[in-house]
Design a protein around this ligand. Sequence first.
Ligand SMILES: Nc1ncnc2c1ncn2[C@@H]1O[C@H](COP(=O)(O)OP(=O)(O)OP(=O)(O)O)[C@@H](O)[C@H]1O
Ligand SMILES: [Mg+2]
Length: 287
Amino acid sequence: MGGAERALPSAYPSNLIRVMPAKGERVVGALDIPEAAVGPSLQAGVALSGVTRVLGGKPVLDGLKLRAHLGGRLGIVGRSGSGKSTLLSLVAGLDEQDAGVVSVCGETSGKGRLARCALMQQRDCLLPWRTALDNACLALENHGVRRAQARDQAAPLFASLGLGGAERLRPASLSGGMRQRVAFLRTLLAGKEVLLLDEPFGALDAITRAELQEWLALALAGNPRTVLLVTHDVEEALLLCNRVVVLADGRVAAELDVDVPRDGPRREVITSRAFVELREQALEAIG
Ligand SMILES: Nc1ncnc2c1ncn2[C@@H]1O[C@H](COP(=O)(O)OP(=O)(O)OP(=O)(O)O)[C@@H](O)[C@H]1O
Ligand SMILES: [Mg+2]
């Protein structure tokens, strides 16, 4: 109690960005997702054991073992084609492994996993004919919430994401960063325990990306979830996650605990010796 307060930013210069909230700092304007939308429990945890997935005659995942702890943020990096999206599809219950076990909060069936996960796909997949607000409402409506009620729940969150005034715009009129925020809001409003984020900032320029990284860190600080974050960007994974795994040849080639201080200005964090060493280790494992 009594810690400094900090509002979610919409945008400001990237050299001022502090990626993680400082100790004792409370995030205000966090996305207060109603408990009813989240469900009775935030219990979560993802575990893969001996998972093999063969696609196009090749084992894309080959006896993969992986664990994301309850409330943890696991970064998954690897070269293009290393199976990152395949992994998320399996966890989300959208695909089935050829061997091994995939468990999400103890659920191993595809249907059970699907019920526990919200997947933000590599492309934002916003529906072009829906406004930003109605895109954000989509998951709620899919849960049977009436549109007017879904709008009432989603609308107050727009301002806290720096999207105030954009509610009625259609995706074609939004910038890439705004689209990603709407897609993230839709994912969050699905109210699932586990968030699967596939390259959420992949298509953005460096400055917008840095801003959204900070924004995501703060949004998650206000709404803790178990997160699997897939990215090409080692720095992004190290900034946002507690643990980072490198996928190569269908397996985990390296596993890094990110226990470096990250509550200073971004430039200081990423140039610290501990951070640089972790980045080197990850890059070496990627090859
Ligand atoms: N439906 C499919 N049929 C055949 N091969 C597939 C299929 N889906 C994916 N693959 C192959 O599986 C491999 C892994 O694909 P995946 O999309 O998981 O990689 P990724 O790590 O997400 O890559 P990127 O970083 O480019 O997004 C690739 O070689 C891809 O061509
Ligand atoms: Mg992919």
